[in-house]
Structures are given as C-alpha cells and as structure tokens.
Design a protein around this ligand. Structure first.
Ligand code: SAH
Length: 281
C-alpha cells in the first residue's frame, strides 16, 4: 500500500495508547489499522500469543516490550502491565498495546482499557481476528453453516484461578449451543467433554482441536467428544488451542483449504449429506 493511503489512516499522538488485536498468527490477518499502528508506535507492549512475524511489521526503531509468559518465565501481572502502559503514555510515548486475536475476546483488553481510561489516558481500540473464528477458518471449519447452526457459543475453559469456570452452566451450554468454541480448553478438556456429554451431547459428536492456528506450527486434530481427551494426549498437542465442538467440524472434510493448496483432494464434497447443488440458493 502506498504511503499516501497510509496517511489517510489515523495518526498516533504522543501520550495515547492504542489497544490492538494482532489476530491469531499470520500477519496477513492484521487489519490496516494494526499495520498503521505498528508503523507509528514508539513502544510496543506485546503478549505471548503475538506471532513474531507480526512484530516484523513494526517500525524498526520501536522499543518492543514483552509482557507475557514464555519459556517458563512468570507472566507479568495484569496490574503491572496496566501501570506500565500508563507510565509510558505519561512519558509522551505513542504506545501500542498488542494482543493476540481480538483484544476484547478473552484477552483482558476490557480490563486494561478500563484502567487506562480511569487514569485519564486517551485510547483507541483496534479489533482483531479472534482465534475462535479466524483460527478455525484456517483449519477449514466455519463457525456457522446454514445446515448446522444458527448460533455459536464462545466459552473459556478455565477461569482466573485456572479452574474450570464453575459459574458456567455446562449442561445449559450443551443443551442450548449448537456449536461450541472453547478457548483455553486444553487443561480441562476431559472434564469439559464429560460435562457436555452429561448435558446430552453425543459421544460421537465431532470435535476439532486446532493448535497454534494460523501460524507455521498449526496442527489440527479431528476427534469426538468421547475420545477428545485421550486423542489430545496421544497426539501430544499443546496450547494455544481452539477446540470446536459440533457438526460444523465435519465441513473440514470439504474445506481443508490448506491441505488442498498442497495438492490433497477434498475427503468428502458433501460431508453434511445434504446433497444440495451449489447453485441452489
Ligand atoms: N484474545 C484472543 C484470545 C486470548 S485467550 C483471541 O481473540 O483470539 C488465549 C486463548 O486463545 C488460548 O488459550 C487459545 O485457546 C486461544 N488462541 C489464541 N491464539 C491462538 C492460536 N493462534 N491458535 C489456537 N488458539 C489460539
């Protein structure tokens, strides 16, 4: 894109914090606002889930501050991160707070933004592509499909304490959600699957586990609710992972575009068995 088009995008002013989603991995999934911010920021405070290739789009002069957990180092405390952002803004820096996926989806972006506003720091929010939508799309799983679901539920697999969210009514979710997209679900997958089955979901309900979606390390496991926990362990899959429960997962048999790009044939052109010709609306 030419510089003149960039100049039509907003300018970052000193003392501002832009809270920005970096998408699930592939830098091609950054928004124009995100790239515009990467080019202008003096300092970039980023999380563990921000792909290194995304940082490659930053202004080379920008200071990069890591604010996450990686390589066994303890995670920076949420309060410390917010205070750091406030201090940087008060120094008159142009601050980019970069978070994986979308900043307002299970990313504590709401809390950080609130703290900034409470301290009188001007902010801009730049949404990003959330792993639970875009990451699944990279695995060939559409989160909605007319023949499968008219609703989708995004749920976190653990709460602040690291336990399965006890406030969640898993049986209600099992009953009321046609497709369930689980963030942070790896640790408690056995218990989650059990709860969904207890809530009436079938043992053979299709499940997809997508680790490091939209990165070079992406892996996809197709399994079922009854076997998910064992299959994940056997495959040695590690977080970050998005887990999708529901018949939308079957669509991967025809929509696994990454495999098709390397020459594989679709496994089934009509995995939902509807036989509807493409033209018929
Ligand atoms: N704000 C992020 C979510 C942060 S919570 C978003 O909108 O995507 C962290 C969880 O997000 C991870 O535990 C995992 O469940 C999911 N996640 C984030 N990036 C991912 C990726 N590239 N592949 C798979 N899961 C991912």
């Amino acid at each position: 894109m030419s510089d003149s088009l960039f100049s039509s995008l907003p300018q970052m002013s000193p003392g501002w914090v832009w809270l920005c989603g970096a998408g699930p991995g592939d830098p091609g999934l950054l928004t124009l606002h995100a790239v515009n911010a990467l080019r202008q920021a003096d300092v970039i405070v980023y999380d563990a889930l921000v792909d290194d290739r995304v940082l490659g789009w930053a202004n080379p002069q920008a200071e990069k501050v890591y604010a996450g957990k990686r390589g066994g180092k303890p995670s920076a405390k949420q309060r410390d991160i917010s205070l750091r952002l406030i201090a940087l803004a008060r120094e008159g820096r142009r601050v980019l707070r970069l978070k994986g996926g979308d900043p307002f989806v299970f990313g504590r972006g709401g809390e950080e933004a609130q703290t900034l506003v409470q301290h009188g720091i001007p902010i801009r929010i730049i949404p990003g592509i959330s792993a639970g939508i875009g990451g699944l799309a990279y695995a060939g799983v559409p989160v909605t499909h007319r023949d499968v679901n008219q609703s989708v539920t995004f749920v976190t697999g653990h709460d602040q304490s690291g336990a399965t969210p006890s406030t969640l009514d898993w049986e209600g979710i099992a009953r009321g959600s046609q497709v369930i997209v689980i963030y942070m679900g790896m640790k408690h997958i056995a218990r989650i699957a059990e709860a969904l089955i207890a809530g009436g979901r079938a043992l053979d309900e299709p499940v997809a586990v997508v680790t490091s979606a939209a990165t070079d390390a992406q892996q996809v496991l197709e399994t079922t609710l009854g076997t998910a926990a064992a299959d994940i362990a056997r495959a040695g899959l590690a977080p970050p992972a998005i887990i999708c429960v529901g018949r939308a997962v079957l669509m991967r048999q025809v929509l696994d575009w990454q495999s098709m790009a390397t020459g594989a044939a679709p496994r089934d052109l009509d995995p939902l068995g509807r036989g509807r010709p493409a033209e018929a609306g």
